[in-house]
Ligand binder design. Structure first.
Ligand SMILES: *[C@@H]1O[C@H](CO)[C@@H](O)[C@H](O)[C@H]1NC(C)=O
Ligand SMILES: *[C@@H]1O[C@H](CO)[C@@H](O)[C@H](O)[C@H]1NC(C)=O
Ligand SMILES: *[C@@H]1O[C@H](CO)[C@@H](O)[C@H](O)[C@H]1NC(C)=O
Ligand SMILES: *[C@@H]1O[C@H](CO)[C@@H](O)[C@H](O)[C@H]1NC(C)=O
Ligand SMILES: *[C@@H]1O[C@H](CO)[C@@H](O)[C@H](O)[C@H]1NC(C)=O
Ligand SMILES: *[C@@H]1O[C@H](CO)[C@@H](O)[C@H](O)[C@H]1NC(C)=O
Ligand SMILES: *[C@@H]1O[C@H](CO)[C@@H](O)[C@H](O)[C@H]1NC(C)=O
Ligand SMILES: *[C@@H]1O[C@H](CO)[C@@H](O)[C@H](O)[C@H]1NC(C)=O
Length: 507
């Protein structure tokens, strides 16, 4: 009651600063309410609040008014005390955020620690939330919500915001771009570090751009409280987003699930990234991470994947160690799981382009896979598995709609994905089901031919654009499992409600 009262009156009363202080040098006090009033008073009165080093406890989050600047001393790794920290002192449901950034504002040099004190069950909790236009955030650390998002571009109307040199950890999701954001709006996250994120480090429910960012040690606790097996969280996750995204020059290493997990998306541009070490299991603590690929595009269209280095070398990533072929994409219907792969369940796979056998699955067509380097080795003493650089599944390159006059199993015009200039370092270069185009412009690809040939093109028949001949399509479609047709979404929808099974943020 008292807090709400003060909150409402603030624009009317003048705030007072203790001796020696100004709005460019605010000192922390022991009272969360006084800290809040001082900071908000400065933002409203002088359009700026400069925080000295120290911990500013807060009773609830701060909403930055438009055209204001909030700054602290930049994070200094050699001395934690020399940072400006905004910390939620007590559990609160008054705000869903710790810092909410509107338009034309700047934030820099602050640590934002929600301490898992954001309790509201409304949608959707975030440590740093961006809802306006043309704001700049830099040198921030965001942490402490095991049921929310670290940095959330939460409004579908936001545009022109950039978050740079920011780290996120100990959050359920790292960075999320809301459904409805489009490429005209260009919100970006750059030069950041995402680590120890419980679920997906970056989620593209709508359009976003992520560049020059390091993602590591994330994705091990992706299950909301309740029953069911934990899915493996990814570096980059996209599902049902037709607005696209840019994924450029990032490093993804040691994620529980895939570095890049794309399902039913289009217009993703993925280039110059390094994806390595999927299936990281924290010294054997998280076996549900096993059996991971480095990257896959499932039922996706018009995506470009070029100049990336992708590798997978863990023996524990043999596909037989995974939770099975959950989308039924690695074998003909009614045959053994993974039987389209050269060594079945003993295959370690780096990249896959896939299509579900389900009625209603989006077609997997018109993607561009160029100039990537795929490494797949089955490392480990006495390892008997086979490293496969890439696998292209049944039904890819084929239009998925049931056209008038076509029976199931018949398809409309071909719309192949095009593979050029890819190189493999693996036991087996590629398995090519579906009907796609491999260096289609080049009639002859010999061993060690240059672009546009793919390094293992010479091992595939020249006929039929170098596709494997015995696994173009599924014999039938499955009708009983409709594919989720909603728009872009997160792996686990928000809000994620705190429960007993929720991991603590300190993990
Ligand atoms: C904030 O700044 C922008 C650009 O400088 C300006 O167009 C806008 O009117 C300002 N808004 C307010 C509320 O002052
Ligand atoms: C970080 O703090 C140390 C003292 O702990 C200081 O010597 C150093 O200059 C600071 N670095 C920056 C970039 O502020
Ligand atoms: C951001 O800009 C869009 C138009 O581009 C507008 O609809 C929206 O209201 C703006 N958001 C804010 C918080 O001003
Ligand atoms: C991509 O990486 C290559 C090789 O590292 C580099 O030469 C090129 O400038 C990069 N391109 C972009 C757009 O970053
Ligand atoms: C694995 O779990 C053990 C026991 O809880 C813990 O001591 C160890 O630090 C964990 N390893 C990693 C890499 O998290
Ligand atoms: C494939 O697996 C079988 C056992 O299932 C093994 O004997 C064989 O050597 C493997 N093939 C390769 C190429 O390693
Ligand atoms: C792939 O490499 C070739 C040869 O270096 C180059 O001509 C082509 O533009 C590249 N394509 C992409 C999409 O990077
Ligand atoms: C590999 O095989 C050797 C010889 O059979 C055995 O001594 C060793 O324990 C095996 N290593 C592993 C990791 O299984």
């Amino acid at each position: 009651m008292a807090a709400a009262f003060l909150y409402l009156l603030l624009p009317l009363v003048s705030w007072s600063l203790a001796g020696g202080q100004s709005c460019t040098h605010i000192l922390p006090t022991a009272s969360a309410q006084v800290n809040y009033n001082t900071i908000v008073g400065c933002l409203r009165g002088e359009q700026q609040a400069g925080l000295s080093a120290g911990t500013f406890l807060l009773p609830h989050g701060i909403r930055l008014p438009p055209n204001t600047t909030l700054f602290g001393v930049p994070p200094n790794a050699s001395s934690a005390e020399l940072m400006s920290r905004l910390v939620l002192a007590v559990p609160t449901a008054i705000t869903h955020y710790l810092l909410l950034v509107g338009s034309h504002s700047e934030v820099s040099g602050v640590v934002l620690d929600a301490r898992d004190n954001l309790l509201g069950e409304g949608c959707c909790k975030c440590v740093l939330c961006i809802y306006g236009n043309f704001s700049q955030v830099s040198n921030v650390e965001a942490m402490g919500t095991s049921t929310g998002v670290g940095v959330h571009f939460e409004s579908p109307t936001s545009r022109g915001n950039t978050v740079s040199e920011t780290s996120v950890r100990a959050c359920f999701y790292g960075v999320a771009f809301a459904s409805g954001l489009s490429a005209r709006q260009a919100n970006a996250f750059e030069r950041g570090v995402l680590e120890n994120v419980l679920c997906d480090a970056v989620s593209f429910a709508g359009y976003g751009e992520v560049r020059l960012t390091t993602i590591r040690r994330s994705g091990y606790a992706c299950r909301p409280p309740g029953d069911g097996e934990a899915p493996a969280g990814a570096g980059f996750f996209c599902r049902g987003n037709w607005d696209g995204a840019i994924v450029h020059a990032n490093q993804v290493v040691d994620t529980c699930g895939m570095a890049l997990d794309v399902d039913s998306c289009s217009h993703l541009d993925i280039f110059n990234n390094t994806f390595s070490g999927p299936g990281y299991d924290w010294d054997g603590n998280f076996t549900h991470c096993w059996g991971a690929l480095a990257a896959s595009l499932l039922d996706s269209q018009m995506c470009s994947v070029s100049r990336n280095l992708m590798s997978n070398g863990r023996e524990s990533n043999r596909l037989g160690m995974s939770h099975g072929d959950q989308h039924q994409v690695f074998s003909e219907l009614a045959t053994a799981p993974f039987s389209d792969l050269p060594n079945g369940t003993d295959t370690v796979l780096t990249f896959a382009l896939l299509h579900r056998p389900h009625a209603g699955a989006k077609p997997s067509i018109n993607n561009e896979i160029s100039n990537n380097s795929f490494t797949s080795r089955c490392a480990g003493e006495n390892a008997t598995c086979v490293g496969l650089a890439y696998f292209v599944g049944r039904g890819t390159g084929l239009e998925g709609r049931r056209l008038p006059g076509h029976a199931w199993g018949e398809r409309g015009p071909k719309q192949p994905s095009r593979f050029t200039g890819n190189v493999e370092d693996a036991d087996v270069g590629s398995v090519r089901c579906g009907e796609n185009a491999y260096a289609a412009a080049e009639p002859v690809c010999r061993i060690e031919s240059d672009w546009p040939c793919n390094a293992d093109d010479y091992q595939h028949p020249k006929e039929n654009f170098r596709n494997n001949l015995h696994c173009q399509d599924y014999v039938d479609v499955i009708h009983d499992r409709p594919v989720d047709q909603n728009g872009g979404g997160l792996r686990q929808p928000l809000p994620i409600v705190m429960g007993q099974g929720t991991p603590r943020w300190e993990m």
